[in-house]
Ligand binder design. Sequence first.
Ligand SMILES: [Zn+2]
Length: 505
Amino acid sequence: MKNSRLKLEIGFEGDPDEGRGTSVEESASWGWFRVFVDDINLCQHVANSQVSDRVHWYLLPLLEWFVENWDSLLHEIKLPSSFVDALSARQGFRTFNPYRSTEVNDAENSDDAEQREAAVFDWAERHSIRTSAAGGIFPDIFFRRARNEIEISWGHTRVQGAPNDLRFLAPAGQVLLDPLQTASHLYKAIKQATEALSNRTPQCVRLSKLSAELASLHEPRTMLQAAWMAGIGGSAQASEAILARLTHEWGRYHRDLIVPPSGEALVIGRAPAAVLMFGSLSPSVNEDDVRALVTLLKDAADHNNGTLRLPMIEHGEPGINAWEHGYALANLSRRAMGVPETPYKVNLVELLSQSGIEKRDVTLSDTKIRAISICGEGLRSLIAINQSSKHNESEPGLRFTLAHELCHLLFDEEEGAPLAVASGPWAPAAIEKRANAFAAMFLMPADACRALLNEYSLHGGLNKNTIATIADAFGTGKVATLRHLQNLGLVDADEVADIEEELAN
Ligand SMILES: [Zn+2]
């Protein structure tokens, strides 16, 4: 996946409408473009029974859009809260329904729906290539940042006013790309196109402005780009101000945790640990929480004991199915860490301490964050449990959190980059799903589930008491245990529904 490449090609032709109904400079920008991801042409489409491998339209607004939104396109991680846990930007946007509340309660009015819709469309302006189509028929492509990579997602979506048979042919998909390579390629393609257009319409004010703004993308503005990545405080400017305050306070000793290295001005290739961690916090996180987390990182850097004793485990093929992948990694990890089959209840505290992972508490005002994981070169490995999350109030809930965080520590550190992630709704959806599956299987291996079910079902069949006994043996929650047995195909949906009802009473 990481070796995928983006290619943008742009060419100009004579305006078939000969300038009627548009400005001189837009008319001169009539032409075509193609976007390739590896060998997939995202612009290939059928319209009026003809297959075309490029999209034709007035392209000046497209060039302006890329330049204007450059920093958000390549740095903004967070999706709107309406689809915060979508697996890609496009998938989230295309399933977004402003009138379906994401909150549990139904006390909702149309003002909320309107606000959600406005927030989503503001965000789409910064990420969806279609928002620059200005009446043309563009492919449905989204750009956004995903931690240390650029995510591109695409698929076919209807366009109003398009020919009835219009269809973009590339099957829906997404890839993660190298930021430096992607930014440099995009920049070159846009620069070439802007120069060609300037030759076609010399002395055009709009084009001079575009050229100047394009050139200014080479001016360093690392903190603003980091601010887009961190996505805290409600706007890029607010985010930048918070980062500036933190840098002022701690930057002298721990600059590399907060400030990105100055390198290529076009894009941040690798983000500092704090910035990545902020990327997994709610956009409305308060500054006290931000400080508490930076303090954790600072401590991890100051007290690096270098004794992480986690086994190296081969990842396998990522991204196919986060859930299955989590299961497979849990089985591998149990073996590699020498976890005995019995007692069924894994001694997590001992296991973490043997592995050199410190467990500590933190109290954040954000109750949706379950825990923070930190590890990487030069950092002490630690799991900080958020005392204000209600998941961590019960022992089974806490055990699930610890096993989930263990998955992050084992598998989510990127090569050469530290890991700092806050588990909650704003953490990357794919690694969260995988960590949840991992936790379930690590605490409740399939063979042990079968053995216990056989043993207890002999006495009076499956009911809430059987589930309670099994959950007790594993040290897991009753509902979590029941769900896991269902996911393993050991209990069918009817039985689950009955027992859930019993458990609720
Ligand atoms: Zn997590």
